[in-house]
Design a protein around this ligand. Structure first.
Ligand SMILES: [Zn+2]
Length: 243
């Protein structure tokens, strides 16, 4: 894909995030990995609905701007933590969509799988990490670790990040996170969402690996660990206990 085409995609995703109501003020940021190891990113201090291709910046991994006249957003370290932990990830999207962010600020976990499709598309659940101050090394390490278990992460007291092999996929995963959060919020008023049966998880995770959707670490676990269902059961039990 040419740089011009990628810029057009980044602008389109930025506008979609704005028009979906997933950001306010200058919230949200998007980036994509370039084949030469640099990154294309949205600039700081611009509403995502107003971003155009002339405003985008090309940065190195440290966040230094190599091309463009604007500054990089201050949450670049969040994106970088995921790119480092997930060499397969080519794009990261961060926004504050209302339902997912409501779950983040309320400490309501989305880590327990309650529907089939998100398990295949995102992983066994959407992990949350505790709130941390921006640029905290420990906090960034928790995001990096969580990113190896699923294709989206929620930072408590902050909001979600979604990522994948393309900008479009990262955007769609953010949509799925928000949709899940909305469904689970509504389900709470009906008595709460019920976890998927444990025996449903392994076939879904197998489908995820077969579909090439799993993080490399997940694929390794599925293919080499015959006790995975026990592991998943433990993770689910821990997450239920933590909610
Ligand atoms: Zn943020």
């Amino acid at each position: 894909m040419t740089l011009e085409r990628l810029k057009a995609q980044l602008v389109a995703c930025s506008h979609k995030i704005a028009f979906r109501g997933w950001v306010a003020n200058h919230d949200g940021n998007l980036s994509a990995r370039l084949p030469d190891g640099r990154f294309l990113a949205t600039p700081t201090a611009v509403h995502k609905g107003d971003v155009d291709h002339t405003m985008l910046v090309v940065i190195d991994e440290s966040g230094a701007v190599l091309e463009g006249s604007r500054r990089i957003f201050s949450e670049w370290e969040l994106h970088r933590a995921i790119y480092r932990a997930r060499p397969d990830v080519q794009a990261v999207v961060h926004a504050h969509p209302p339902y997912a962010t409501a779950c983040a600020v309320a400490g309501f976990s989305l880590a327990v799988p309650v529907m089939v499709e998100p398990v295949v598309s995102l992983g066994v659940g959407i992990p949350s990490v505790p709130f941390f101050m921006p640029k905290s090394d420990h906090g960034l390490a928790t995001v990096a670790e969580a990113s190896t278990r699923a294709d989206a992460v929620i930072i408590e007291g902050h909001g979600p990040l979604a990522f994948g092999p393309s900008l479009e996929t990262a955007y769609l995963r953010m949509e799925l996170v928000e949709h899940q959060a909305k469904i689970q919020t509504i389900a709470r008023s009906l008595g709460g969402a019920r976890p998927l049966p444990e025996e449903a998880l392994q076939p879904l995770l197998d489908a995820r690996v077969k579909g090439g959707l799993a993080a490399p670490q997940e694929a390794k676990v599925v293919s080499s660990d015959p006790a995975l269902s026990t592991l998943i059961a433990r993770i689910v039990a821990e997450e239920i206990a933590g909610t």
